[in-house]
Design a protein around this ligand. Structure first.
Ligand SMILES: *Cc1c(COP(=O)(O)O)cnc(C)c1O
Length: 823
C-alpha cells in the first residue's frame, strides 16, 4: 500500500489539521501496541464505549507515529502530528476500506452464513492456493472492525480474495457489503437456531443475503426458506443479472444434486450429478458439518471449472482447521505461541503482534518460521519484507526452516537455518531454548505441530482454556455501567479467580484498568515480577509482608490501628513519604475494617502524618447480590457515606472512595463513588440471569477420554461399587479428579461432562485423579475431547447442584491443571 495522505481527506470527508500533507501511508493500524506502527502508519483511533484509543495518541507520537484519524485532537497535540478529524473513526475505517477495495479488480469470494464460514474460507484458500495469490481474512476477522482490516491488507500481487462477513443483528451487513464487494457469494450453513439479534430465521437470512447485493453469483444449499428469501431478494435488486448455483441432498433441481452419501470410518463418499454427469467424491471427514462445508468448496471449484481429478485430489487433502493462536507453557520457562498451520505474510504480521502482547517479562522473543508460500512476490522481495518485519518487531532470534528461507539467511540477524523440520528436530537439544516466548509458525507441509509438541511442557491432558476476548468483553460490559470518571479496580486475587493471574493482569493493563486488587502480598509480587506496572492494592497484608510490600511498591489495605502502627513503624524506618495506603471501614460485613468506634483513634494517628497518604477509603458489601437484603446494603452505604465523609473532612484529604463489587455495580449504580471493584463479573458470572446473557464464558475445563470399555449388566464402577449397571453400559474414564478440584459431590450421577455435545453422567465416585462417565449413547473413543465445565455445564449450574457458589468452583481448580490462554 502506498497512498497519499492528502487524497484521503476527501475519501473520509475529514477535516485536516497537521504539519505535513505530503506524506505517504504504507500501513494502517488500530492497535497501539503493535511494533509495526511507524512514521508511515495511519492510526485510526477507534473510540469504543470504554476503551478510547485517543488516549494512546501521545504515546504513539512519542514512538514516531505521525498520522491519525481521530474524532477529536488530544489537547496540546494539534501541531505535533497530522490529524484527519472525522465524526466516527470506525465508520471512517470502513469507508477507507471500501475505497481501498475498489482500487482492485480481481475476483473476491464473500462468505457468510451461521456456521462454517472460517472453515470454508481456510479450505478454499488451501484448495485454490496452487493457482492464485490469495488474500483472505486472517483467523475469523469477520466483524465490523475485522472485515476492514482484512481488506486493507490487499496488495497489488493478489489476484483472488476470500473474505468472511459475520453479523449479529440487522443493519450490519450493508456496511460489510460495501467493504467486501464480493463477486462470488457463498452462503454456508445458515442454521435453524433462532439467533438473538434477529426477529426470526427469515430476517436473519435476508440480512445475510445483503452481502450478495451486487454479486453476480450465489452458491448455497438449496432449501425452501432460502429460496423464497432469494426470490424476494432478486425482486428487490433486479438490476444485476444473478446466477444461483445451488446444491442439495434432496432437491433434484439443484445444479449439483447429491444422490448418495456414505460414511466409512473417518471418511464420507458422496455421489453427485452435475451437468447431467455423475461423479464420486471422497471427503476425508465423517461429521455432517464438515461434509457440508466440503460441498460448499466443491461448488466453488466447479464454478472455477476445475476438472474432476484436481477436485478429487485436492479435496481428499482437506484437514481440520485450527482457528486461533494458542499460547502454551513450554519447556525451560518458555512459552509457545502455536500457529503451526499457516505461513502467509499477512498472518505473520498478526502473529508477531500477538507475540509482543504475550511476551513474558525478561523473556526474549524467538520466531521459528518455515518457508512462506503464495505471496505473489519474488523470493527476494518477500524475504526482505519478512526480514524487515522481524527486525521491526525486535525479535531476538530467528530459526528458519525450509530450503528457501535458508537461502536468505544473511538477511536475518541472529538466525539459524535448517533445510527441513527433521534436521531442526535432530538439533533441538543444542538450541538451548530457555526463558523465551517462541512463535512457531509454518505452512502445514512443514508439520510444525511436531515442533510444538517437543517444546511444550509435558503435563496431563487436562487444561483450563481461558478466553481472553471474553474477559475483555465482560470488562467492557461493566465499564459501560460506570458514570464518567469512575475508576475501576479489577480483582485478580486467587490467580484471577483461578483463571490465571499474570496473563489476565496484562490484558487488564492493556485495557487501562485503574487498579488491581489481590488478597496477599505474594500475589502482588508475582504480578510486579511479571512486569505489571499498574498500582496493586493488597486486601489482606500480614505485617510480616510489610517490608516486601514496600519493596515492590504494593499498596496495603489497612484495617486496624495495630496494622497501621506496624506499617508506620517500618515506613518511618525506611524514611518513606506519602506512601499510598487504603483504609478499610467495616460497615456491616464484620470481616476486616475500622469500626465506627475506632475511627477517632485512626484520625488521631493519621493527622499530620506525612509518612503515608490515604489513597483510598473503602468498605465491602455483604449482600449486594440478594434483593431480600437490599435494606441492609443501603444501611452499609449510608454508614460508609457517614464514616468516609468524617475521615475526609477531619483529615482534610481527597481519597478515592469505593464500596461496590460486581453485583453492587449491577444493583446499586448510585453508590459508585470514585471507583468500583469488579471481580466475578470479569470472569463471566453474574448473580442475575438477565445480566448473565450479556457476559461471555471465560474458562472451559477440558480433558480427554483415557479409555472406553463396555461392562455387562450387574457389574459395578469405581470405589465402593457405587454405580451398578442395570444393563450393558459403555463407560469412559477421564483423567481428572478431586485433586484437580472436581468435588466428589459432583459424582454418583449428580453431575455430568459433555462429550461430542452430549451429556455423559458421572457414574460412581469421583476418584483423586480420575472419574468415569456413562457414554452408552455417545459415539466416542479414546482421545476424544471432554468438557468438564464451560458453556455446558456452566459453573453456575454446577454451583447450584453442589450447594455452593461459582467462586468456589472456579478457584478450586488445582494449579496442576494447565491454563491455556487464547483469543
Ligand atoms: C473479592 C472482592 C471483591 C470482588 O467481589 P466480586 O463479587 O467477585 O465482584 C471486591 N472487594 C473485595 C474487598 C473483595 O474481597
Amino acid at each position: 500500500m502506498s497512498l497519499n495522505l492528502k487524497s484521503l481527506i476527501s475519501v473520509l470527508n475529514a477535516d485536516w489539521a497537521g504539519t505535513d500533507k505530503d506524506v505517504f501511508i504504507d500501513h494502517i493500524s488500530i492497535d497501539s501496541r503493535s511494533l509495526q506502527n511507524g512514521s508511515q502508519t495511519l492510526f485510526f483511533a477507534l473510540a469504543g464505549v470504554n476503551n478510547d484509543a485517543h488516549s494512546f495518541i501521545p504515546d504513539l507520537i512519542k514512538n514516531g507515529v505521525q498520522n491519525f484519524v481521530v474524532q477529536y485532537i488530544p489537547e496540546n497535540y494539534a501541531d505535533k502530528a497530522n490529524f484527519l478529524v472525522v465524526e466516527n473513526t470506525l465508520q471512517a475505517l470502513q469507508e477507507f476500506a471500501a475505497y481501498y477495495r475498489n482500487l482492485f479488480h480481481f475476483p473476491i469470494i464473500g462468505l457468510t452464513g451461521s456456521n462454517g464460514k472460517t472453515i470454508v474460507k481456510e479450505w478454499l484458500n488451501f484448495l485454490l492456493s496452487p493457482d492464485f495469490n490469495i488474500i483472505r481474512s486472517p483467523k475469523s476477522y469477520n466483524s465490523q472492525v475485522g472485515v476492514p482490516l482484512s481488506v486493507i491488507a490487499i496488495n497489488e500481487k493478489h489476484n483472488l480474495g476470500i473474505f468472511e462477513a459475520g453479523i449479529s443483528t440487522v443493519n450490519e451487513m450493508g456496511k460489510l457489503e460495501k467493504i467486501i464487494r464480493p463477486t462470488i457469494g457463498v452462503l454456508t450453513n445458515i442454521g435453524s437456531a433462532h439467533d438473538e439479534g434477529f426477529k426470526n430465521l427469515v430476517q436473519k437470512i435476508d440480512e445475510k443475503l445483503l452481502l450478495f447485493k451486487e454479486c453476480p453469483v450465489i452458491i448455497y444449499q438449496k432449501n425452501e426458506i432460502v429460496d423464497s428469501c432469494l426470490s424476494q431478494f432478486a425482486a428487490e435488486y433486479m438490476m444485476h443479472p444473478r446466477k444461483l448455483f445451488s446444491w442439495s441432498f434432496t432437491d433434484q433441481s439443484a445444479a449439483v444434486f447429491i444422490s448418495k452419501k456414505e460414511t466409512k470410518n473417518e471418511d464420507t463418499v458422496i455421489q453427485y450429478r452435475y451437468k447431467n454427469e455423475n461423479f464420486t467424491l471422497e471427503i476425508p471427514f465423517s461429521d455432517s458439518a464438515s461434509v457440508e462445508n466440503a460441498i460448499s468448496c466443491l461448488l466453488v471449484l466447479l464454478y472455477f471449472n476445475y476438472d474432476q481429478n484436481a477436485i478429487q485430489s485436492r479435496i481428499k487433502m482437506l484437514y481440520p482447521v485450527r482457528m486461533r493462536l494458542e499460547v502454551k507453557n513450554g519447556i525451560n520457562n518458555c512459552s509457545i505461541i502455536d500457529d503451526s498451520y499457516s505461513s502467509d505474510f499477512q498472518s505473520l504480521k498478526i502473529a508477531l503482534d500477538f507475540l509482543e502482547s504475550q511476551k513474558k517479562k525478561g523473556a526474549s522473543k524467538t520466531v521459528i518460521l518455515s518457508d512462506i508460500f503464495q505471496s505473489g512476490f519474488t523470493n527476494e522481495e518477500l524475504y526482505s519484507k519478512v526480514a524487515q518485519l522481524i527486525s521491526d518487531n525486535k525479535i531476538n532470534r530467528v530459526i528458519g526452516i525450509g530450503p528457501t528461507i535458508s537461502s536468505f539467511k544473511n538477511q536475518f540477524e541472529n538466525s539459524t537455518m535448517f533445510p527441513n523440520t527433521a534436521d531442526f528436530i535432530a538439533a533441538i537439544e543444542h538450541l538451548n531454548f530457555n526463558n523465551e516466548t517462541i512463535l512457531v509458525k509454518g505452512a502445514r507441509s512443514f508439520q510444525f505441530e511436531e515442533i510444538v509438541s517437543l517444546l511444550e511442557e509435558k503435563t496431563h491432558e487436562t487444561v483450563l482454556e481461558i478466553n481472553l476476548d471474553a474477559i475483555s468483553q465482560n470488562y467492557n460490559y461493566f465499564k459501560a455501567k460506570l458514570a464518567t470518571n469512575v475508576k475501576m479496580m479489577a480483582m485478580v486475587k486467587a490467580f484471577g479467580y483461578g483463571n490465571g493471574g499474570l496473563e489476565i493482569a496484562k490484558l487488564l493493563e492493556h485495557h487501562k484498568v485503574d487498579y488491581l486488587g489481590v488478597a496477599f502480598a505474594d500475589e502482588g509480587i508475582l504480578l510486579k515480577n511479571g512486569g505489571i506496572k499498574l498500582p496493586i492494592m493488597v486486601l489482606n497484608p500480614e505485617s510480616t509482608s510489610f517490608p516486601s510490600i514496600i519493596q515492590y511498591q504494593l499498596e496495603p489495605e489497612i484495617y486496624s490501628i495495630k496494622g497501621l502502627n506496624a506499617f508506620l513503624k517500618i515506613a518511618r524506618e525506611k524514611n518513606l513519604k506519602d506512601f499510598p495506603i487504603h483504609i478499610k471501614i467495616d460497615t456491616g460485613m464484620h470481616r476486616l475494617g475500622f469500626e465506627e468506634n475506632t475511627l477517632e483513634d485512626l484520625i488521631q494517628t493519621l493527622k499530620g502524618n506525612s509518612t503515608v497518604r490515604v489513597q483510598s477509603v473503602l468498605s465491602h458489601l455483604a449482600t449486594s447480590d440478594d434483593p431480600k437484603h437490599y435494606d441492609f446494603v443501603n444501611k452499609q452505604i449510608a454508614l460508609f457515606e457517614k464514616l468516609s465523609s468524617r475521615l475526609i473532612s477531619e483529615l482534610n484529604i481527597n481519597p478515592i472512595r469505593h464500596i461496590l463489587n460486581t453485583s453492587g455495580i449491577s444493583n446499586f449504580p448510585n453508590a459508585q463513588y470514585n471507583m468500583v471493584r469488579l471481580g466475578i463479573g470479569l470472569y463471566g458470572v453474574s448473580n442475575d440471569p438477565a445480566e448473565q446473557k450479556y457476559l461471555e464464558n471465560v474458562g472451559t475445563l477440558k480433558s480427554i477420554i483415557s479409555q472406553v470399555r463396555t461392562i455387562p449388566a450387574g457389574d459395578s464402577v469405581g470405589y465402593g461399587r457405587r454405580f451398578m449397571a442395570e444393563k450393558e453400559t459403555k463407560i469412559a474414564t477421564i483423567p481428572i479428579g478431586y485433586a484437580d478440584g472436581i468435588a466428589r459431590l459432583w459424582g454418583n450421577e449428580v453431575g455430568f461432562v459433555v462429550i461430542k455435545n452430549q451429556k455423559a453422567k458421572i457414574v460412581g465416585s469421583v476418584c483423586m485423579d480420575m472419574l468415569m462417565v456413562n457414554v452408552t449413547e455417545i459415539d466416542c473413543k479414546e482421545g476424544d475431547s471432554v468438557v468438564i465445565f464451560g458453556e455446558s455445564p456452566t459453573v453456575i449450574e454446577m454451583a447450584e447442584a453442589l450447594k455452593t457458589i461459582p467462586y468456589e468452583i472456579m478457584t478450586s481448580i488445582s494449579q496442576r491443571v494447565k491454563r491455556v490462554f487464547f483469543r
